[in-house]
Design a protein around this ligand. Sequence first.
Ligand SMILES: Cc1cc2nc3c(=O)[nH]c(=O)nc-3n(C[C@H](O)[C@H](O)[C@H](O)COP(=O)(O)O)c2cc1C
Length: 209
Amino acid sequence: MDIIKQLKWRYATKKFNATKKLSSEKLDIIKQAFNLTATSFGLQTIKLMVIEDQAIRESLVKSAFNQKQVVNASHLLVICIQNDISPDDINNYYKNIQGIRHTSNDILNPYREDLIKTMHNMSVAERLQWSTNQAYIALGNLMTVCAVEGIDSCPMEGFLPGDFDQILELDKRGLKSVLLLPIGYRADDDMFSGFKKVRKPLAEAVIEL
Ligand SMILES: Cc1cc2nc3c(=O)[nH]c(=O)nc-3n(C[C@H](O)[C@H](O)[C@H](O)COP(=O)(O)O)c2cc1C
């Protein structure tokens, strides 16, 4: 696997082949990669919604400024964040560590209490921003995994999160949408697939001391 070759192969796909669907094996890789994304403290206050249903996607496209990737891709990924972080979330996280690693509560408790304090000291807006930062890490991770797996994708923040939240009834799940990633396979006639990559010269992008 030549990772640089794959990263040059990937591009923000504008036109997907609507007839080419991802296999369940590929989808499983995507779901696992999402769950393996590193998050700050490991708290995972993000959630992935995978939408295949065509009617649901049709109802969303207008709120994505008519960007057709939403409907023509094989699947639409919606990266969501929790609409807040409660002490229960932190307690559950530490219960999970305890269950998996069998670490004693004597060791875990100070970290658990510190994290509850850290989150408590933030405003709701700061907690939302903190979770949003984690969502972007997941987006980057998924885009790279897609490239490695030969799956096309288009990172998207060009949509109306309020509309998406309403249509997908995300509030009922305690979630807010922050990013989209339609995934699938490029259409043969997507002219963007032939465009050269536009990037700064490496020496301008990287500082070496
Ligand atoms: C966070 C983020 C949001 C983006 N939103 C959109 C979008 O709404 N629609 C779109 O067509 N492309 C979107 N893009 C794609 C960028 O325009 C594209 O990645 C950039 O021009 C570099 O081109 P490349 O990805 O093809 O190499 C987005 C990219 C990122 C990283």
